[in-house]
Write a protein that binds this ligand. Structure first.
Ligand code: FAD
Length: 462
Protein backbone atom coordinates (compact mmCIF):
# COMPACT_ATOMS: atom_id res chain seq x y z
CA UNK A 1 0.00 0.00 0.00
CA UNK A 2 2.88 2.33 0.82
CA UNK A 3 4.21 1.92 -2.69
CA UNK A 4 0.86 2.83 -4.21
CA UNK A 5 0.67 5.99 -2.10
CA UNK A 6 4.14 7.03 -3.22
CA UNK A 7 3.08 6.48 -6.79
CA UNK A 8 0.08 8.74 -6.34
CA UNK A 9 2.37 11.53 -5.18
CA UNK A 10 4.56 11.09 -8.25
CA UNK A 11 1.53 11.24 -10.54
CA UNK A 12 0.25 14.36 -8.80
CA UNK A 13 3.64 16.06 -9.21
CA UNK A 14 3.73 15.12 -12.87
CA UNK A 15 0.29 16.57 -13.31
CA UNK A 16 1.35 19.88 -11.69
CA UNK A 17 4.38 20.07 -13.97
CA UNK A 18 2.22 19.35 -17.01
CA UNK A 19 -0.32 22.01 -16.02
CA UNK A 20 2.40 24.62 -15.58
CA UNK A 21 3.82 23.77 -18.95
CA UNK A 22 0.43 24.16 -20.55
CA UNK A 23 0.13 27.69 -19.21
CA UNK A 24 3.61 28.53 -20.50
CA UNK A 25 2.72 27.26 -23.92
CA UNK A 26 -0.40 29.32 -24.12
CA UNK A 27 1.49 32.45 -23.04
CA UNK A 28 4.33 31.95 -25.48
CA UNK A 29 1.73 31.60 -28.25
CA UNK A 30 3.96 29.23 -30.22
CA UNK A 31 1.24 26.84 -31.24
CA UNK A 32 -1.33 27.42 -33.91
CA UNK A 33 -4.58 25.66 -33.12
CA UNK A 34 -8.27 26.38 -33.50
CA UNK A 35 -9.08 29.07 -30.95
CA UNK A 36 -12.47 27.58 -30.09
CA UNK A 37 -10.76 24.28 -29.27
CA UNK A 38 -8.28 25.72 -26.77
CA UNK A 39 -11.05 27.77 -25.17
CA UNK A 40 -13.23 24.70 -24.85
CA UNK A 41 -10.42 22.45 -23.56
CA UNK A 42 -9.46 25.03 -20.94
CA UNK A 43 -12.39 23.70 -18.90
CA UNK A 44 -10.68 20.33 -18.54
CA UNK A 45 -9.34 19.73 -15.02
CA UNK A 46 -6.45 17.49 -16.08
CA UNK A 47 -3.39 18.63 -18.04
CA UNK A 48 -3.84 19.60 -21.68
CA UNK A 49 -0.62 19.69 -23.69
CA UNK A 50 -0.58 21.05 -27.25
CA UNK A 51 1.68 20.02 -30.08
CA UNK A 52 4.80 22.15 -30.08
CA UNK A 53 7.94 21.23 -31.97
CA UNK A 54 10.05 23.28 -29.54
CA UNK A 55 8.72 21.52 -26.49
CA UNK A 56 10.53 18.37 -25.47
CA UNK A 57 7.87 17.66 -22.85
CA UNK A 58 5.17 17.20 -25.50
CA UNK A 59 7.33 14.70 -27.36
CA UNK A 60 8.29 12.88 -24.17
CA UNK A 61 4.63 12.34 -23.31
CA UNK A 62 3.96 10.41 -26.50
CA UNK A 63 4.01 6.74 -25.60
CA UNK A 64 6.52 5.25 -27.97
CA UNK A 65 6.19 1.48 -27.69
CA UNK A 66 6.51 0.81 -31.40
CA UNK A 67 8.84 3.36 -32.97
CA UNK A 68 8.30 1.95 -36.47
CA UNK A 69 5.21 4.16 -36.77
CA UNK A 70 4.96 7.75 -35.58
CA UNK A 71 2.08 10.18 -35.41
CA UNK A 72 1.85 13.66 -33.93
CA UNK A 73 -1.41 14.53 -32.21
CA UNK A 74 -2.68 18.11 -32.14
CA UNK A 75 -3.12 17.91 -28.40
CA UNK A 76 -2.80 15.45 -25.53
CA UNK A 77 -5.66 15.68 -23.05
CA UNK A 78 -5.01 13.89 -19.77
CA UNK A 79 -8.48 13.35 -18.31
CA UNK A 80 -8.71 12.84 -14.57
CA UNK A 81 -12.30 11.60 -14.45
CA UNK A 82 -15.47 10.94 -16.44
CA UNK A 83 -16.32 14.63 -16.46
CA UNK A 84 -13.08 15.50 -18.22
CA UNK A 85 -13.71 12.81 -20.80
CA UNK A 86 -17.23 14.12 -21.41
CA UNK A 87 -15.97 17.69 -21.81
CA UNK A 88 -13.24 16.60 -24.22
CA UNK A 89 -15.68 14.68 -26.42
CA UNK A 90 -18.01 17.68 -26.56
CA UNK A 91 -15.08 19.97 -27.47
CA UNK A 92 -14.03 17.57 -30.25
CA UNK A 93 -17.51 17.49 -31.74
CA UNK A 94 -17.87 21.26 -31.47
CA UNK A 95 -14.49 21.91 -33.12
CA UNK A 96 -14.92 19.10 -35.67
CA UNK A 97 -11.61 17.54 -34.72
CA UNK A 98 -11.27 13.78 -34.29
CA UNK A 99 -10.77 12.44 -30.78
CA UNK A 100 -9.04 9.14 -29.98
CA UNK A 101 -8.83 7.33 -26.63
CA UNK A 102 -5.48 6.05 -25.40
CA UNK A 103 -4.99 3.87 -22.32
CA UNK A 104 -1.59 2.15 -22.31
CA UNK A 105 -0.41 3.23 -25.77
CA UNK A 106 0.57 -0.32 -26.78
CA UNK A 107 -1.37 -0.59 -30.03
CA UNK A 108 0.94 -2.29 -32.54
CA UNK A 109 -0.01 0.36 -35.14
CA UNK A 110 -0.16 3.32 -32.72
CA UNK A 111 -3.94 3.55 -33.03
CA UNK A 112 -3.95 5.03 -29.50
CA UNK A 113 -2.63 8.12 -31.32
CA UNK A 114 -5.28 7.64 -34.00
CA UNK A 115 -3.05 6.10 -36.68
CA UNK A 116 -2.81 9.57 -38.24
CA UNK A 117 -1.63 13.09 -37.30
CA UNK A 118 -3.46 16.01 -35.71
CA UNK A 119 -6.13 14.36 -33.61
CA UNK A 120 -7.09 15.04 -30.01
CA UNK A 121 -5.66 12.18 -27.96
CA UNK A 122 -7.71 11.55 -24.84
CA UNK A 123 -5.23 9.87 -22.52
CA UNK A 124 -6.69 7.92 -19.59
CA UNK A 125 -3.48 7.48 -17.56
CA UNK A 126 -4.96 9.39 -14.61
CA UNK A 127 -8.27 7.53 -14.73
CA UNK A 128 -6.60 4.86 -12.70
CA UNK A 129 -8.78 4.07 -9.70
CA UNK A 130 -9.17 0.46 -8.58
CA UNK A 131 -11.97 -0.43 -6.18
CA UNK A 132 -12.09 -3.99 -4.96
CA UNK A 133 -15.26 -5.49 -3.55
CA UNK A 134 -14.22 -8.67 -1.75
CA UNK A 135 -17.80 -9.65 -1.02
CA UNK A 136 -19.04 -9.63 -4.59
CA UNK A 137 -15.58 -10.62 -5.85
CA UNK A 138 -15.55 -7.80 -8.35
CA UNK A 139 -13.10 -4.99 -9.11
CA UNK A 140 -13.92 -1.65 -10.70
CA UNK A 141 -10.83 -0.72 -12.70
CA UNK A 142 -10.09 2.63 -14.37
CA UNK A 143 -9.11 2.26 -18.03
CA UNK A 144 -5.80 4.05 -17.53
CA UNK A 145 -4.32 1.36 -15.29
CA UNK A 146 -1.43 -0.69 -16.61
CA UNK A 147 -1.63 -4.46 -16.14
CA UNK A 148 1.25 -4.53 -13.62
CA UNK A 149 -0.54 -2.20 -11.25
CA UNK A 150 -3.83 -4.05 -11.68
CA UNK A 151 -2.17 -7.34 -10.77
CA UNK A 152 -0.40 -5.81 -7.80
CA UNK A 153 -3.47 -4.22 -6.27
CA UNK A 154 -5.73 -7.22 -6.82
CA UNK A 155 -3.05 -9.51 -5.48
CA UNK A 156 -3.01 -7.62 -2.21
CA UNK A 157 -6.67 -8.50 -1.79
CA UNK A 158 -6.01 -12.12 -2.81
CA UNK A 159 -7.50 -11.90 -6.29
CA UNK A 160 -6.53 -11.61 -9.92
CA UNK A 161 -8.09 -11.25 -13.35
CA UNK A 162 -6.84 -13.21 -16.34
CA UNK A 163 -5.08 -10.93 -18.85
CA UNK A 164 -1.76 -10.57 -20.67
CA UNK A 165 1.59 -10.43 -18.98
CA UNK A 166 3.40 -7.29 -20.13
CA UNK A 167 3.08 -4.92 -17.14
CA UNK A 168 2.99 -1.72 -19.20
CA UNK A 169 0.06 -2.73 -21.45
CA UNK A 170 -3.05 -0.68 -20.61
CA UNK A 171 -6.09 -2.58 -19.30
CA UNK A 172 -8.26 -0.16 -21.35
CA UNK A 173 -7.29 -1.13 -24.91
CA UNK A 174 -6.18 -4.64 -23.97
CA UNK A 175 -9.47 -5.89 -22.49
CA UNK A 176 -11.58 -4.27 -25.22
CA UNK A 177 -9.77 -6.34 -27.87
CA UNK A 178 -9.86 -9.66 -25.96
CA UNK A 179 -6.76 -9.92 -23.76
CA UNK A 180 -5.20 -13.33 -23.24
CA UNK A 181 -2.35 -14.59 -21.15
CA UNK A 182 -1.11 -17.54 -19.11
CA UNK A 183 -4.25 -17.60 -16.96
CA UNK A 184 -6.80 -17.56 -19.79
CA UNK A 185 -7.17 -21.27 -20.46
CA UNK A 186 -8.43 -21.64 -16.95
CA UNK A 187 -10.31 -18.38 -16.50
CA UNK A 188 -11.04 -16.97 -19.97
CA UNK A 189 -10.01 -13.71 -21.58
CA UNK A 190 -9.91 -10.32 -19.90
CA UNK A 191 -13.00 -9.28 -21.92
CA UNK A 192 -14.90 -12.39 -20.80
CA UNK A 193 -14.54 -11.24 -17.23
CA UNK A 194 -15.94 -7.73 -17.75
CA UNK A 195 -19.40 -7.56 -16.23
CA UNK A 196 -20.12 -3.87 -16.75
CA UNK A 197 -18.60 -0.72 -18.19
CA UNK A 198 -19.05 3.04 -18.20
CA UNK A 199 -18.63 4.54 -21.65
CA UNK A 200 -18.64 8.18 -22.74
CA UNK A 201 -20.48 8.25 -26.05
CA UNK A 202 -20.44 10.55 -29.04
CA UNK A 203 -22.74 13.11 -27.38
CA UNK A 204 -20.58 13.20 -24.27
CA UNK A 205 -23.08 11.25 -22.16
CA UNK A 206 -22.13 8.40 -19.88
CA UNK A 207 -23.72 5.08 -20.80
CA UNK A 208 -23.92 2.21 -18.34
CA UNK A 209 -23.21 -0.96 -20.25
CA UNK A 210 -23.83 -4.50 -19.02
CA UNK A 211 -25.59 -7.70 -20.05
CA UNK A 212 -28.97 -6.01 -19.54
CA UNK A 213 -28.41 -2.29 -20.11
CA UNK A 214 -27.27 -1.61 -23.68
CA UNK A 215 -26.58 -5.28 -24.34
CA UNK A 216 -25.68 -4.64 -27.99
CA UNK A 217 -22.89 -2.34 -26.87
CA UNK A 218 -21.82 -4.81 -24.17
CA UNK A 219 -21.45 -7.40 -26.93
CA UNK A 220 -19.52 -5.07 -29.25
CA UNK A 221 -17.18 -3.61 -26.65
CA UNK A 222 -16.04 -7.00 -25.38
CA UNK A 223 -13.76 -7.86 -28.32
CA UNK A 224 -14.24 -5.07 -30.86
CA UNK A 225 -14.36 -2.16 -28.40
CA UNK A 226 -10.98 -0.48 -28.92
CA UNK A 227 -11.52 2.99 -30.39
CA UNK A 228 -14.73 2.37 -32.37
CA UNK A 229 -17.76 3.07 -30.19
CA UNK A 230 -16.82 5.54 -27.48
CA UNK A 231 -14.43 5.97 -24.58
CA UNK A 232 -14.65 3.34 -21.88
CA UNK A 233 -13.53 4.92 -18.64
CA UNK A 234 -14.05 2.13 -16.12
CA UNK A 235 -14.85 -1.56 -16.30
CA UNK A 236 -16.00 -3.85 -13.54
CA UNK A 237 -14.37 -7.26 -13.70
CA UNK A 238 -15.18 -10.56 -12.10
CA UNK A 239 -12.17 -11.43 -10.00
CA UNK A 240 -10.95 -14.94 -9.59
CA UNK A 241 -9.05 -16.60 -6.76
CA UNK A 242 -7.97 -16.57 -4.07
CA UNK A 243 -7.62 -20.36 -4.19
CA UNK A 244 -6.24 -21.45 -7.53
CA UNK A 245 -7.39 -24.60 -9.24
CA UNK A 246 -5.39 -26.79 -11.54
CA UNK A 247 -4.72 -25.68 -15.08
CA UNK A 248 -1.82 -25.71 -17.45
CA UNK A 249 -0.73 -22.77 -19.59
CA UNK A 250 2.04 -22.82 -22.17
CA UNK A 251 3.84 -20.43 -24.47
CA UNK A 252 6.38 -21.68 -26.98
CA UNK A 253 8.92 -19.35 -28.60
CA UNK A 254 10.88 -20.27 -31.67
CA UNK A 255 13.56 -18.39 -33.59
CA UNK A 256 16.57 -19.15 -35.74
CA UNK A 257 18.66 -20.51 -32.91
CA UNK A 258 16.40 -21.63 -30.09
CA UNK A 259 13.11 -23.09 -28.98
CA UNK A 260 11.82 -22.38 -25.50
CA UNK A 261 8.64 -23.38 -23.74
CA UNK A 262 7.47 -21.51 -20.71
CA UNK A 263 4.72 -23.09 -18.69
CA UNK A 264 2.60 -22.37 -15.72
CA UNK A 265 0.42 -24.66 -13.68
CA UNK A 266 -2.38 -23.15 -11.63
CA UNK A 267 -2.66 -25.51 -8.68
CA UNK A 268 -0.75 -27.40 -5.99
CA UNK A 269 2.75 -28.78 -6.67
CA UNK A 270 1.74 -32.44 -6.56
CA UNK A 271 -0.96 -31.89 -9.18
CA UNK A 272 1.52 -30.00 -11.33
CA UNK A 273 3.93 -32.95 -11.20
CA UNK A 274 1.19 -35.39 -12.25
CA UNK A 275 -0.16 -33.15 -14.99
CA UNK A 276 3.28 -32.52 -16.48
CA UNK A 277 4.53 -36.12 -16.27
CA UNK A 278 3.57 -37.23 -19.79
CA UNK A 279 4.85 -34.01 -21.30
CA UNK A 280 8.19 -34.22 -19.50
CA UNK A 281 8.69 -37.89 -20.43
CA UNK A 282 7.98 -37.13 -24.08
CA UNK A 283 10.28 -34.10 -24.28
CA UNK A 284 13.09 -35.56 -22.14
CA UNK A 285 14.40 -32.19 -20.87
CA UNK A 286 18.01 -31.70 -19.74
CA UNK A 287 16.76 -30.40 -16.40
CA UNK A 288 13.42 -29.88 -14.70
CA UNK A 289 12.53 -27.57 -11.89
CA UNK A 290 9.17 -26.91 -10.25
CA UNK A 291 9.06 -23.58 -8.46
CA UNK A 292 5.99 -22.94 -6.31
CA UNK A 293 4.97 -19.30 -6.59
CA UNK A 294 2.09 -17.04 -5.69
CA UNK A 295 0.13 -15.55 -8.54
CA UNK A 296 1.93 -12.20 -8.29
CA UNK A 297 5.37 -13.83 -8.12
CA UNK A 298 4.52 -15.60 -11.37
CA UNK A 299 3.67 -12.26 -13.01
CA UNK A 300 7.03 -10.85 -11.90
CA UNK A 301 8.91 -13.90 -13.15
CA UNK A 302 7.11 -14.44 -16.47
CA UNK A 303 7.11 -10.77 -17.42
CA UNK A 304 10.89 -10.85 -16.87
CA UNK A 305 10.97 -7.82 -14.59
CA UNK A 306 14.00 -7.54 -12.34
CA UNK A 307 11.85 -6.70 -9.33
CA UNK A 308 8.32 -5.92 -8.21
CA UNK A 309 8.78 -2.15 -8.59
CA UNK A 310 8.94 -2.51 -12.38
CA UNK A 311 5.77 -4.60 -12.47
CA UNK A 312 3.82 -1.91 -10.66
CA UNK A 313 5.56 1.00 -12.35
CA UNK A 314 6.44 -0.45 -15.74
CA UNK A 315 8.80 1.15 -18.21
CA UNK A 316 8.16 1.21 -21.93
CA UNK A 317 10.72 -0.47 -24.11
CA UNK A 318 10.56 1.40 -27.40
CA UNK A 319 11.58 -0.66 -30.39
CA UNK A 320 10.96 -1.02 -34.11
CA UNK A 321 8.64 -3.93 -34.77
CA UNK A 322 5.90 -5.35 -36.93
CA UNK A 323 3.81 -8.37 -36.03
CA UNK A 324 1.33 -10.76 -37.67
CA UNK A 325 -1.06 -13.12 -35.94
CA UNK A 326 -2.60 -16.41 -37.03
CA UNK A 327 -4.89 -18.95 -35.42
CA UNK A 328 -4.69 -22.70 -35.80
CA UNK A 329 -8.02 -24.31 -35.03
CA UNK A 330 -8.83 -27.38 -32.97
CA UNK A 331 -8.38 -30.60 -34.88
CA UNK A 332 -6.41 -28.88 -37.63
CA UNK A 333 -2.82 -28.32 -36.50
CA UNK A 334 -0.02 -27.22 -38.80
CA UNK A 335 0.89 -29.45 -41.73
CA UNK A 336 4.49 -30.52 -42.29
CA UNK A 337 4.59 -28.13 -45.21
CA UNK A 338 3.40 -25.24 -43.02
CA UNK A 339 6.05 -26.04 -40.41
CA UNK A 340 8.69 -26.09 -43.15
CA UNK A 341 7.52 -22.72 -44.51
CA UNK A 342 7.67 -21.24 -41.01
CA UNK A 343 11.06 -22.70 -40.13
CA UNK A 344 12.53 -21.63 -43.48
CA UNK A 345 11.31 -18.10 -42.82
CA UNK A 346 12.74 -18.05 -39.29
CA UNK A 347 16.07 -19.34 -40.61
CA UNK A 348 16.39 -17.14 -43.67
CA UNK A 349 14.71 -13.83 -42.81
CA UNK A 350 17.10 -10.90 -43.08
CA UNK A 351 15.54 -9.20 -40.04
CA UNK A 352 15.35 -10.79 -36.56
CA UNK A 353 12.11 -12.78 -36.35
CA UNK A 354 10.44 -14.72 -33.57
CA UNK A 355 7.38 -16.99 -33.56
CA UNK A 356 5.34 -17.31 -30.34
CA UNK A 357 2.67 -19.95 -29.88
CA UNK A 358 0.04 -19.29 -27.20
CA UNK A 359 -2.01 -22.31 -26.22
CA UNK A 360 -5.76 -21.67 -26.39
CA UNK A 361 -8.57 -24.00 -25.31
CA UNK A 362 -10.12 -24.30 -21.88
CA UNK A 363 -12.19 -21.30 -20.77
CA UNK A 364 -10.98 -19.22 -23.73
CA UNK A 365 -12.93 -21.46 -26.08
CA UNK A 366 -16.19 -21.16 -24.18
CA UNK A 367 -18.52 -18.87 -26.15
CA UNK A 368 -21.96 -17.70 -25.05
CA UNK A 369 -22.49 -15.06 -27.78
CA UNK A 370 -22.15 -12.19 -25.32
CA UNK A 371 -18.85 -10.88 -26.64
CA UNK A 372 -17.38 -9.90 -29.98
CA UNK A 373 -14.22 -11.98 -29.52
CA UNK A 374 -14.90 -14.73 -32.05
CA UNK A 375 -11.71 -16.78 -32.00
CA UNK A 376 -13.18 -19.52 -29.84
CA UNK A 377 -12.26 -22.60 -31.81
CA UNK A 378 -8.52 -22.06 -31.70
CA UNK A 379 -5.97 -24.58 -30.56
CA UNK A 380 -3.32 -21.88 -30.46
CA UNK A 381 -2.53 -18.37 -31.63
CA UNK A 382 0.75 -17.81 -33.45
CA UNK A 383 2.39 -14.40 -33.42
CA UNK A 384 5.31 -13.75 -35.78
CA UNK A 385 7.24 -10.65 -34.83
CA UNK A 386 10.04 -8.93 -36.66
CA UNK A 387 12.32 -6.52 -34.73
CA UNK A 388 15.06 -4.25 -35.96
CA UNK A 389 17.35 -1.47 -34.73
CA UNK A 390 17.22 1.47 -37.09
CA UNK A 391 14.66 3.48 -39.02
CA UNK A 392 16.46 2.69 -42.28
CA UNK A 393 15.27 -0.93 -41.99
CA UNK A 394 11.57 -0.03 -41.60
CA UNK A 395 10.54 -0.77 -45.18
CA UNK A 396 12.75 -3.80 -45.69
CA UNK A 397 11.65 -5.59 -42.51
CA UNK A 398 7.97 -4.63 -42.82
CA UNK A 399 7.82 -5.82 -46.42
CA UNK A 400 9.57 -9.05 -45.50
CA UNK A 401 7.12 -10.02 -42.76
CA UNK A 402 4.14 -8.87 -44.85
CA UNK A 403 5.25 -11.16 -47.69
CA UNK A 404 5.60 -14.06 -45.29
CA UNK A 405 2.17 -13.33 -43.78
CA UNK A 406 0.49 -13.67 -47.17
CA UNK A 407 1.98 -17.13 -47.60
CA UNK A 408 1.57 -18.41 -44.06
CA UNK A 409 -2.08 -17.41 -43.79
CA UNK A 410 -2.83 -20.07 -46.41
CA UNK A 411 -1.80 -22.73 -43.86
CA UNK A 412 -3.77 -21.41 -40.89
CA UNK A 413 -7.39 -20.55 -40.14
CA UNK A 414 -8.80 -17.39 -41.73
CA UNK A 415 -8.70 -15.48 -38.42
CA UNK A 416 -6.28 -12.96 -36.88
CA UNK A 417 -6.17 -11.34 -33.44
CA UNK A 418 -7.42 -7.74 -33.26
CA UNK A 419 -5.30 -6.93 -30.20
CA UNK A 420 -2.21 -7.73 -32.32
CA UNK A 421 -3.53 -5.20 -34.79
CA UNK A 422 -1.95 -5.10 -38.24
CA UNK A 423 -2.58 -2.30 -40.69
CA UNK A 424 -1.43 -4.35 -43.67
CA UNK A 425 -3.78 -7.28 -43.07
CA UNK A 426 -6.11 -8.05 -45.98
CA UNK A 427 -9.83 -8.55 -45.27
CA UNK A 428 -9.22 -7.62 -41.62
CA UNK A 429 -12.96 -7.17 -41.12
CA UNK A 430 -13.56 -10.92 -41.53
CA UNK A 431 -10.27 -12.05 -40.05
CA UNK A 432 -10.87 -10.10 -36.81
CA UNK A 433 -14.64 -10.33 -36.51
CA UNK A 434 -15.86 -13.15 -38.81
CA UNK A 435 -19.62 -13.43 -39.23
CA UNK A 436 -20.45 -10.77 -36.62
CA UNK A 437 -18.92 -7.89 -38.57
CA UNK A 438 -22.25 -6.63 -39.98
CA UNK A 439 -23.74 -6.78 -36.49
CA UNK A 440 -20.85 -4.63 -35.21
CA UNK A 441 -21.47 -2.15 -38.06
CA UNK A 442 -25.14 -1.89 -37.08
CA UNK A 443 -24.21 -1.25 -33.43
CA UNK A 444 -21.69 1.35 -34.60
CA UNK A 445 -24.40 3.13 -36.64
CA UNK A 446 -26.63 3.24 -33.58
CA UNK A 447 -24.05 4.60 -31.11
CA UNK A 448 -21.72 6.66 -33.32
CA UNK A 449 -23.65 7.45 -36.53
CA UNK A 450 -21.22 10.17 -37.65
CA UNK A 451 -18.14 8.05 -37.03
CA UNK A 452 -16.51 10.36 -34.48
CA UNK A 453 -14.52 7.50 -32.99
CA UNK A 454 -12.41 6.13 -35.82
CA UNK A 455 -8.98 4.91 -36.82
CA UNK A 456 -7.78 3.08 -39.94
CA UNK A 457 -9.23 -0.26 -38.80
CA UNK A 458 -12.15 0.86 -36.66
CA UNK A 459 -15.68 -0.52 -37.13
CA UNK A 460 -17.15 1.61 -39.95
CA UNK A 461 -20.67 3.00 -40.22
CA UNK A 462 -21.35 1.28 -43.52
C1 FAD B 1 4.84 -5.41 -25.39
C2 FAD B 1 3.43 -5.88 -25.67
C3 FAD B 1 2.97 -7.04 -25.04
C4 FAD B 1 1.65 -7.49 -25.30
N1 FAD B 1 1.22 -8.64 -24.69
C5 FAD B 1 -0.05 -9.09 -24.92
C6 FAD B 1 -0.53 -10.29 -24.31
O1 FAD B 1 0.17 -10.95 -23.54
N2 FAD B 1 -1.81 -10.67 -24.58
C7 FAD B 1 -2.63 -9.95 -25.42
O2 FAD B 1 -3.80 -10.34 -25.58
N3 FAD B 1 -2.20 -8.81 -26.01
C8 FAD B 1 -0.94 -8.38 -25.79
N4 FAD B 1 -0.49 -7.24 -26.42
C9 FAD B 1 -1.39 -6.51 -27.34
C10 FAD B 1 -2.24 -5.52 -26.55
O3 FAD B 1 -3.27 -6.21 -25.87
C11 FAD B 1 -2.87 -4.49 -27.53
O4 FAD B 1 -1.86 -3.80 -28.19
C12 FAD B 1 -3.81 -3.53 -26.78
O5 FAD B 1 -4.64 -2.89 -27.72
C13 FAD B 1 -3.04 -2.50 -25.99
O6 FAD B 1 -3.90 -1.73 -25.21
P1 FAD B 1 -3.38 -0.29 -24.68
O7 FAD B 1 -4.46 0.31 -23.89
O8 FAD B 1 -2.04 -0.46 -24.04
O9 FAD B 1 -3.12 0.46 -26.06
P2 FAD B 1 -3.66 1.82 -26.73
O10 FAD B 1 -2.71 2.07 -27.84
O11 FAD B 1 -3.85 2.88 -25.71
O12 FAD B 1 -5.10 1.40 -27.30
C14 FAD B 1 -5.28 0.37 -28.25
C15 FAD B 1 -6.59 0.63 -29.03
O13 FAD B 1 -7.69 0.67 -28.12
C16 FAD B 1 -8.30 1.96 -28.11
N5 FAD B 1 -8.57 2.30 -26.71
C17 FAD B 1 -7.64 2.43 -25.73
N6 FAD B 1 -8.25 2.72 -24.58
C18 FAD B 1 -9.56 2.78 -24.82
C19 FAD B 1 -10.69 3.08 -24.01
N7 FAD B 1 -10.54 3.33 -22.73
N8 FAD B 1 -11.93 3.08 -24.58
C20 FAD B 1 -12.09 2.78 -25.90
N9 FAD B 1 -11.04 2.51 -26.71
C21 FAD B 1 -9.79 2.50 -26.18
C22 FAD B 1 -7.30 2.91 -28.75
O14 FAD B 1 -7.91 4.03 -29.38
C23 FAD B 1 -6.60 1.98 -29.75
O15 FAD B 1 -7.37 1.85 -30.94
C24 FAD B 1 0.82 -6.77 -26.18
C25 FAD B 1 1.29 -5.58 -26.78
C26 FAD B 1 2.59 -5.16 -26.55
C27 FAD B 1 3.09 -3.91 -27.23
Amino acid sequence: MKLIKQLDVILLLLWCILSLNFIENINSGIISRPHNLSLCLSLIEGPVIYQNPNDTLFQSLIIDQNIRVNYTPMVLVFAIDNKDVQKAVKCAVKSKIDIVPQSGGHSYEKYGLGGRDNVIVLDLTFVNGITINSETKTAKIGAGNRLGNVYNQLNQAGFFIPAGLCPSVGIGGHALGGGFGYYSRKYGLACDNIISMEMVNVTGDILQVDSIKNFDLYFALRGAGGGSYGIVTVSTFNEVGPSLDDGIALKMKLNKSSLSITGLYLGPRIEALNAMEGFINASNPISKKFIPQTFFESVEKLSKQSNKYYVVNPKHNPNFFKAKSFFVNNGEGLTQQAIKVLVDFLNNATCAVLASFDLFGGAVNFYDNSSSFIHRDALYCIQIESDWDTKEDNTKCTDEINRFGKIFQLFTSYESYQDFIDRDLDDWQTRYYGGIFERLVNIKRKYDPKNLFNFPQSIPIG
